[in-house]
Design a protein around this ligand. Sequence first.
Ligand code: CP
Length: 300
Amino acid sequence: MSNGPTSFLDLKSLSKTQILNLFERARQLKAKPGKLLTTGERVALLFFEPSTRTRMSFESAAYRFGLGPLVFDGGPNTSLEKGETVEDSVLNVAAMGPRFLVVRCGDAVDLEALSKLVSMPILNAGWGVKGHPTQALLDVFTVQENLVHLEGLRFLILGDVRHSRVAASHFELLSKLGVEVGICGPDEFMVQNPQAKIFTDLEQALSWAQVAMALRVQFERHGVGNVGQESKELYRQKFGLSSRSLRAFSKDGIILHPGPINHGIELETEVLSDPRCRVLEQVKNGVFVREALLRELYEN
Ligand code: CP
């Protein structure tokens, strides 16, 4: 489970067995709390981009494991305001000796290079558009809890695939588990990926899928000014999940969204009460999957 000696920056080096063992560990931790560390060690959570779920979920996971969380919320009241770089911030917090560095940052930061300069593992908590490996793990853990068999499962990723680090990590993860991947969305959001079946029609895509994961439209990564209401409305009509569009989806299917949600764009609020929707279960499971990962990396 490594990129540098012990860091966790992507899912490329994880084997299917390691992934399934991690899920089993998360399942056990969800059923019964694990043993608490009493060593007084800490984990630094360095978030240079906004987050609610990932940051608080790592923080919860740290408390459940007995690691004291040191939270750096990279905004006001940090020395970033005085012009300190992200890299210097990471190295200075590393000098305080936490057991792990959990980092969320943009693409411009070279986490691989940083992982060679510090003496503790760096965990990717969302790195630009490169990847968000713990999100992909918790998504698939949630699916496994509900559908059990992953091999041959048809998993649809809907919407802004091009700008999504979550989709990037799913491309690494799903093929290892024998899951079939479909993508659907406007041409400008699609990517060429030999693993993925491309759909241009939402109804066809939903008829094919057993899991439908809507992605947040990443307006902030499109490099244009405010997106007009007209194009948002067009997106909603063609690719939005709603009670109406979900009539084409299996009654036993699973609906996911990594959050945060653009209500009324990629997903109508009513979908959150659909019995197939597991959005808050994903968030809950994020704590156990991240705790399992921290424990695994701590021991190895
Ligand atoms: N899914 C996710 O990464 O959410 P946050 O940005 O709130 O952490």
